[in-house]
Design a protein around this ligand. Structure first.
Ligand SMILES: [Zn+2]
Length: 310
């Protein structure tokens, strides 16, 4: 059976797993991302974890089909370089594909984390039967991947589908990390929910605490959260009008609130999608939750879609 290492690199955590060709995680370990460490020293630690997983399962590294990496963008998926991600300030022009290829002598592939998650959903998650879909992750930020005609939409430089920076409302206080006012991410990410609720309540609260207050119908928080769900609905309508998908998958910490969010988003879409068929677009939670980052990264090597060919 084919097996690959999946590496999910994030601003706070790095997860490494050994995944088989059916998408099952055979072994995995994660560690904190040490932002003070040089990237090559961090890769030493990742290599050591990968070796320990191979040893644990009894696989020789020469029998690996390859290594897939999901990492924060912007990056150059075609050249295999992590270029300038805002949440990894030390990682500048890191040729991670060449570096791990040299160390393991197996094929290595790189994608941004949102695209890797989207491939994972196509491979063994909620989009296995779909050719046209969007997979959005709403957490600290908002990322997405887009499938059109059965292929991942990558764009000229592999940085397509940055839906978090679609502008939804220019008449907004504050400026998004990208420099614009009123981006989708500025209004609807977990960070945005925590920021807005903290200002309203006069104390610092996390997004999770905001949702707990929402579920107990706290009167200040309810309209704020419902407005956030409307923004998610509006973003879905824009994506439906642009792309005509069969399905929109929503994962990440904000989607963990579950049905209250999905109900508002479905209602918004059923009213405002331009094409009547768009009213019926299926809006569903992600199929992969635990280990989604590792499985998505491994899918770069193990799924049958030749989506990353340049
Ligand atoms: Zn922005």
């Amino acid at each position: 059976m084919r097996q690959a290492i999946g590496i999910d690199i994030g601003g706070t955590n790095v997860a490494v797993g050994l995944v088989d060709e059916l998408g099952r995680v055979k072994a995995q370990r994660s560690m904190a991302m040490d932002q003070k460490l040089a990237p090559l020293a961090m890769l030493d630690k990742i290599e050591a974890i990968a070796n320990s997983l191979l040893e644990q399962v009894g696989i020789d590294r020469r029998d690996l089909s390859g290594i897939g990496i999901g990492a924060p963008g912007p990056l150059d998926a075609y050249a295999g370089i992590i270029t300038c991600p805002p949440n990894l300030p030390n990682w500048r022009q890191v040729p991670i594909v060449a570096e791990l290829g040299r160390r393991f002598e197996v094929p290595v592939a790189l994608a941004n984390d949102a695209n890797a998650a989207t491939l994972g959903e196509k491979w063994v998650g909620a989009a296995q039967a779909n050719k046209h879909f969007v997979c959005m992750t709403i957490g600290t930020g908002i990322g997405a991947g887009i499938f059109v005609n059965g292929k991942l939409l990558q764009g000229a430089t592999g940085n397509a589908a940055e839906v978090g920076h679609m502008m939804l409302n220019p008449n907004t206080e504050g400026i998004c990390a990208c420099g614009q006012k009123g981006c989708f991410e500025w209004h609807a990410s977990g960070t945005a929910i925590a920021r807005k609720a903290s200002a309203l309540l006069g104390q610092t609260v996390s997004a999770r605490e905001v949702f707990d207050l929402y579920l107990s119908r706290q009167p200040t928080v309810v309209p704020l959260v419902e407005e956030t769900f409307q923004y998610i609905g509006a973003a879905c309508v824009t994506l439906i009008n642009l792309l005509d998908p069969e399905k929109i998958i929503i994962g990440g910490g904000v989607a963990e609130v579950g049905e209250p969010m999905f109900a508002v988003v479905r209602d918004y879409v059923s009213k405002y999608a331009l094409n009547p068929a768009g009213h019926q677009v299926s809006i569903v939670p992600a199929g992969l939750r635990t280990n989604a980052g590792i499985i998505g990264a491994a899918s770069l090597i193990l799924c049958d879609e030749p989506v990353l060919a340049t």
